[in-house]
Design a protein around this ligand. Structure first.
Ligand code: IPE
Ligand code: IPE
Ligand code: MG
Length: 252
């Protein structure tokens, strides 16, 4: 049956996996606090978070989700100590090397949202390779936001649009929302239906600013390394209880 129930839970999560949202986006937050609680270095939290990402991405593929977008490194995360940034880049490299080895079996299409050019060259090459190998795959599409910022994305889109106008390829008097979306990193990907943020923070932190216009939000205090399939079910169940009106009125 496509339902899930966890024992001893006051709020029972019941997710109907036959009515999944098309696109789930996750702000993978709380790695540092998870490590601190255990007296470990923050980098240990990122390693644990990478494991959770593997588990959740695999599960999303198994249940037949169409799109999963994860926030892995923001345009603001460069402010962190060099050692921490280096460790995150190392974990990404490790993950991509493994993913490349399993791609044919998994058939997950991988994309990257963000300006990859400031990343270590080896990592950029791996992103490119992953993208190339998986571009024809039809399983779940996993979008990893790397050096991603919603404002940066919008600025780049405005620049590209302005350039197209100057070159006569676009007309500023005829710009639709759909046409503008095609200038974003997420071109061709439907907007997220559900945005999940673990770790108790109630903010977007520059994530998918344009695309989240009508997303449903789900926040939980659980830290990302502790996020589980059960938590995902809880989020999907909460989503399924929402009434999405998009500015209209509820149909009864
Ligand atoms: C998210 O976890 C990972 C990145 C932002 C790269 P954090 O490292 O932000 O964890 P907290 O918020 O400090 O606990
Ligand atoms: C958002 O988390 C970015 C990622 C999860 C990659 P942050 O930890 O960077 O966000 P703030 O600083 O709490 O807003
Ligand atoms: Mg954080």
């Amino acid at each position: 049956m496509a339902f899930f129930k966890k024992k001893n839970q006051t709020e029972v999560a019941e997710a109907d996996l036959t009515r999944l949202p098309k696109h789930i986006a996750i702000i993978m937050d709380g790695n540092g606090r998870w490590a601190k609680k255990r007296g470990l270095p923050r980098t240990a939290g990122h390693a644990a978070g990478a494991e959770t990402f593997r588990t959740i991405a695999t599960y999303c593929k198994e249940i037949g989700l169409d799109y999963l977008t994860v926030y892995a490194f923001s345009t603001e995360n460069w402010k962190r100590p060099q050692e921490e940034v280096g460790a995150i880049m190392g974990l990404l490299k490790k993950y991509l090397l493994e993913a490349i080895g399993q791609m044919e079996r998994d058939r997950v299409k991988m994309e990257f949202f963000g300006d990859l050019s400031p990343l270590p060259e080896e990592l950029q090459a791996l992103c490119q390779k992953t993208r190339e190998i998986s571009k024809g795959y039809d399983g779940c599409q996993v979008n990893i936001c790397l050096n991603y910022g919603g404002r940066d994305e919008l600025l780049r889109a405005a620049q590209k649009f302005a350039k197209d106008c100057v070159e006569g390829k676009a007309d500023p008097n005829h710009l639709s929302e759909g046409a503008f979306s095609n200038y974003l990193f997420s071109a061709g990907v439907p907007d997220p239906d559900l945005v999940i943020r673990p770790s108790g923070e109630l903010r977007l932190s520059n994530f998918l600013l344009w695309q989240s216009a009508y997303a449903e939000f789900y926040y939980t205090d659980v830290l990302w390394p502790d996020f589980s399939k059960e938590e995902l079910h809880r989020a999907i169940a909460a989503y399924q209880r929402r009434s999405r009106r998009f500015g209209g009125i509820a149909s009864c």
